[in-house]
Write a protein that binds this ligand. Sequence first.
Ligand SMILES: Cc1cc2nc3c(=O)[nH]c(=O)nc-3n(C[C@H](O)[C@H](O)[C@H](O)COP(=O)(O)O)c2cc1C
Ligand SMILES: O=C(O)C(=O)c1ccccc1
Length: 417
Amino acid sequence: MSRQQRLVPISLADLEHNAHTTMDLNALDYYRSGANDMQTLRDNQDAFSRLRLRPRILRDVSKVDTQIKLLGHSVGSPICIAPTAMQRLAHDAGEKATARAASRAKKCMILSSWSTTNAEDTISAGREIPVDDQTPGLPLFWFQVYVYKDRAMTETLVRRVEKAGYKALVITVDTPFLGRRLADVRNVFKLPPHMSIANFETKDSKVTMANVLDQPDNKLEAAANQVLKNQGDNNAAQGNNTKVVRQESSLAAYVVSQIDPTLNWKDIEWIRSITKLPIVVKGVLTAEDAKLAADAGCNGILVSNHGGRQLDGVLATIDALPEVLDAVKGRNVEVYLDGGVRKGTDVLKALALGAKAVFLGRPVLWGLAHDGEEGVALTLNLIQQEFELAMALAGCRQVTDITRDLVQYGADGRSKL
Ligand SMILES: Cc1cc2nc3c(=O)[nH]c(=O)nc-3n(C[C@H](O)[C@H](O)[C@H](O)COP(=O)(O)O)c2cc1C
Ligand SMILES: O=C(O)C(=O)c1ccccc1
């Protein structure tokens, strides 16, 4: 989309349009990009359009109730906030604004471990909003964990967020390396130097990408070379002493230097052994892995392709959802979905197929860029209102009325049901 006029936003698409007209290109490209050809990015939304609704009529829908429980905690709606890194790139109030808007809307928020506000300050901001006796579990915050090479650091972070009041750990398992987002490579994406990866900040040192990566020793070079090597650029990465011949996204280099690509199911056991919090694995796309996750005692599965930012060409999440649900049928594990959820009818379709809840990634960032806390509140309210209207028009008074017979694939029948 080119730089056009701002709209008075009445849909999430309008908020995205406006972000495209106002945001700085380094941040906008980082937020909007998918990996490589961005096929999966597009498919996440397109796949929702391939599903058709089968509404029921004459069911008294004068009142619609969207309240549900997530891992035992009540929330006002099955629409939740996915973890997105570095929210201060969108607005100075960053994660605090998102936390306040989430609390106001009675929605669950997952905080990214690569946030620009630390876990304690973010949850405190959410708690500034007065609670409502009707939903005693609120505010509900979960914490997203990347497992770092430094296990002691990972463990310290887990203990900190448990103490701070986060109610589940969401382990992201689709990012042993960062997917290749071409715009970020071209822009040599960097976190601006005045922002920090706040969870790793100490009294004496601020962790910025610049000070982790632009250090005089060879760490950056080694990390960047590793990225290039992973991408098959042998020219750039023959041996440890080779100079970097091409610039890279700093984020990709940072990920290589910090995140542990050896991560495997044993590590999930390890996390289980260091915390009492429920564990959600984020990034499951197949029946095989869903079974393994249930076997490993995970409490939740977030069907996600990371918003099309990791492996390009995988299934749209709404297309992967049925096999995951089939695989864990009868097991004690909640299944959620993210990716391409932009409209109330998308939420209805995901729930009809069997998802317990859905998570929004980019739309929250577009709201944040629009107007900080008020902008995120607008994102959440717009899609909440659309969802309530879609429920009513489909004949659903409460979330348990949203059943599988409400959707079919395409206009020509129900072959995949
Ligand atoms: C800018 C951006 C940053 C993200 N950062 C993280 C992150 O730090 N951790 C994580 O697990 N997922 C991250 N994700 C993936 C989201 O949690 C989510 O899976 C995805 O955005 C959902 O798709 P949607 O943007 O189409 O709603 C990020 C996504 C975006 C767009
Ligand atoms: O940009 C992302 O999609 C992302 O998930 C991420 C991964 C590592 C560090 C920061 C963000």
